[in-house]
Design a protein around this ligand. Structure first.
Ligand code: C5P
Length: 400
């Protein structure tokens, strides 16, 4: 799925050591479908050659206000019809100039002539970042409506450690995707579950399932991009936490329920989405020591007890959130999904076949009290966005 298809991005690169990372940034933006046009300051061009960016963007790279026969007034024409002007990396120097309206080269002239939004990705030494004039300039730019991506803390090219480091290109791309995402969940709070649970039997063994957590993490990412504050309660999963999502790791169903109820109490969410493939049963006892084989004994009995139902519990809360659940079944999918909807008293069930577990694609149907909406096969990420769009519609209806 290309998230930046048809987006025209003008990328200004300035003279920070991190300029080499903008090669990867250009590649990733193009991979997401963006039409990228690159400009280099004189200092940037001494660090990374324009030919590299010409190959990566497939376009002529601009380095000067002057001697451009094909583009006599580049500072006006280059930014015309662009969806975003991105400066990455941005030095303290360029930040200072733009904050104060100085236009003495191509990149700063484009910045002052621009009619499109500007996003700045700073990259500099920690002391330069903290320097008071720099902080004043950053505040001026924020007040002017300029967007910032980073900087982050970490080790720096000079050996110092601290804030000022260039954000990773993939994270910058995520910020840009978020920037362009319609904010259908602006000012909304979402609590959700994802991944499997792990019900321990002894210190090393337990009952779990093959859920990767991918669908839930994709939903969390889309909710975050759509402007929501997202609290994600995750069972054991190796999925990367989406940028900006607040993650709480738990193991068992009971821990998951406790965390969800605590979050519902303290955050009064608008929406609860139960995506976790929760274990229906847990072992009645969990041994403190590893269970040993006993010579001559060929059988062992494990007594299982029912776990609490997180979704039904949240759906029963007074003034609780709008609830969306999942049904993964191997047969009679829609019938089971509808009976789940009625039993748990939730607004919508996303019905999908168990074959979706651990896969990248899904083929789901939205099941409501009085009708269903089959969606057909799509990536889990695409389905995630459809769920968020539907949740936004349901929230507007104000019916739980
Ligand atoms: O009853 P069943 O497990 O089939 O229901 C599936 C839906 O209920 C999913 O949304 C799942 O996350 C949620 N669930 C839950 N707590 C449980 C069992 C399932 O929240 N103990």
């Amino acid at each position: 799925m290309q998230h930046l298809r048809d987006k025209k991005i003008l990328l200004g690169i300035t003279g920070s050591i991190a300029a080499y990372k903008s090669c990867e940034l250009t590649r990733l933006l193009s991979k997401e479908g963006a039409d990228v046009e690159v400009m280099l300051t004189e200092a940037a061009a001494t660090l990374v050659g324009p030919v590299t960016f010409e190959a990566l963007s497939g376009k002529k790279v601009w380095t000067s206000l002057w001697n451009n026969p094909a583009q006599p007034i580049p500072h006006i024409d280059l930014q015309r019809n662009k969806d975003l002007f991105l400066i990455a990396p941005a030095t303290a120097n360029i930040i200072a100039k733009i904050a104060n309206g100085i236009a003495d080269d191509l990149v700063t002239s484009v910045a002052s002539a621009r009619t499109c939004p500007l996003m700045i990705v700073p990259a500099m030494n920690v002391h330069m970042w903290q320097n008071e004039p720099n902080q004043r300039n950053v505040e001026l730019l924020r007040a002017d409506g300029v967007f910032f991506s980073g900087p982050v803390s970490g080790s720096q090219a000079c050996g110092d450690i601290g804030k000022g480091r260039f954000k990773e290109p993939s994270e910058i791309v995520e910020d840009i995707i978020s920037f362009f995402s319609p904010k259908v969940l602006a000012k909304k709070t979402v609590v959700m579950t994802a991944g499997p649970t792990f019900e321990s039997i002894d210190p090393v063994r337990g009952i779990t399932n093959r859920s990767s957590g991918r669908q839930g993490f994709d939903i969390a990412r889309c909710a975050q991009r759509s402007g929501a504050t997202v609290h994600l309660v995750a069972g054991p999963s190796s999925q990367k936490t989406p940028e900006g999502v607040i993650r709480y790791d738990v193991l068992s169903t009971e821990q998951m329920l406790d965390k969800v109820l605590e979050l519902c109490k303290s955050n009064h969410p608008d929406l609860f989405i139960a995506v976790a493939a929760v274990s229906d049963f847990r072992s009645k006892t969990s041994s403190q020591e590893k269970i040993k084989k006993v010579p001559g004994v060929d059988e062992m009995t494990l007594t299982l007890v029912k776990n609490p139902d997180i979704l039904a519990t949240v759906a029963a809360l007074d003034n609780g959130p709008l609830c969306i659940g999942f049904a993964a079944e191997s047969e009679n999918l829609i019938n089971y999904a509808r009976s789940k909807l009625e039993r748990k008293k939730v607004r919508m069930i996303v019905a999908n076949s168990v074959s979706a577990i651990d896969q990248t694609d899904n083929d789901a149907t939205f099941v409501f009290e009085d009708h269903e909406e089959p969606l057909g096969k799509m990536s889990k990420e695409e389905l995630a966005q459809r769920i968020i769009d539907k949740a936004s519609d349901l929230l507007k209806e104000k019916v739980r």
